[in-house]
Design a binder for this molecule. Sequence first.
Ligand code: ZN
Length: 294
Amino acid sequence: MTTSQNLIIFFTILFCTASYAQNSNDVTIETLQLSNNVYMLVGQGGNIGVSVGDDGVFIIDDQFARLSSKIEAAIKKLSDKPFQFLVNTHWHGDHTGGNENMHKLGATIIAHDNVHKRLKETPKRDKSMRPKAALPVITFNDKLNIHINGEQVAIFHVNNAHTDGDALLYFTQSNVLHTGDTYFKNRYPYIDINSGGSIDGYINAVKSALILIDDDTKIIPGHGSLSNKAEYLSFLKMLETLRASVKAEIDKGKTEDEVANNPSITKHYDDLNFNWNFINSEKIKRAIYKSLNH
Ligand SMILES: [Zn+2]
């Protein structure tokens, strides 16, 4: 990417006023341009990546079904080409909830094998099963390349990080990385142990992606605002620091409750506000403990 392209970063806030007025939940989809053809969309749930160009629209993750019309409207402002492909970075509902709607809009859904398996076999919160239209059609077990809109997009799986079906995507010309939920910016991550996640997988996921990126890479985290390599490295340091501290306590024979109730382990990062409503310091300590005692 050229320097001038690097400089073309601007915010466009798209207010979907029509649906906003009818909808009690006041989510707006914010669109941020990252390169000539790649955008980040922020609404509610996991951050969305979009590539537009002559070949059509390529989407990464789709938040919740109730937001699909707003997401569609935001994308239509970027391109009038058909929706071609949608990649799910993993199976969680705040990244795949719009799958059925996106399928109906023409997108072919792609994901890791385990995303297909979990979406197909796990009931939704209301106990219903997902329709076929919400499931990935193309699945892969290691890596996949998509050649679209003038560049190669490398999609690669990392083992047992946030879940057992995580994929990261790297746009090789745009120099944009979408990490899915293997990266929460400035927050404690959610290690979904019940879905195959682990602290060591998390650490390895970041290390795998670091091989591809440079100081100019724009990073779309699963949650949080647009990021960069320096912030990604500090996330890795946090993971490694907490892992080492919890491991030291385990080696001393401490129980999970003792670790969870020891404030010194997370104090440095608690002071930096890594706590958030879903993962507080107790939860991250318990998750790392369980992960290391598996
Ligand atoms: Zn997730």
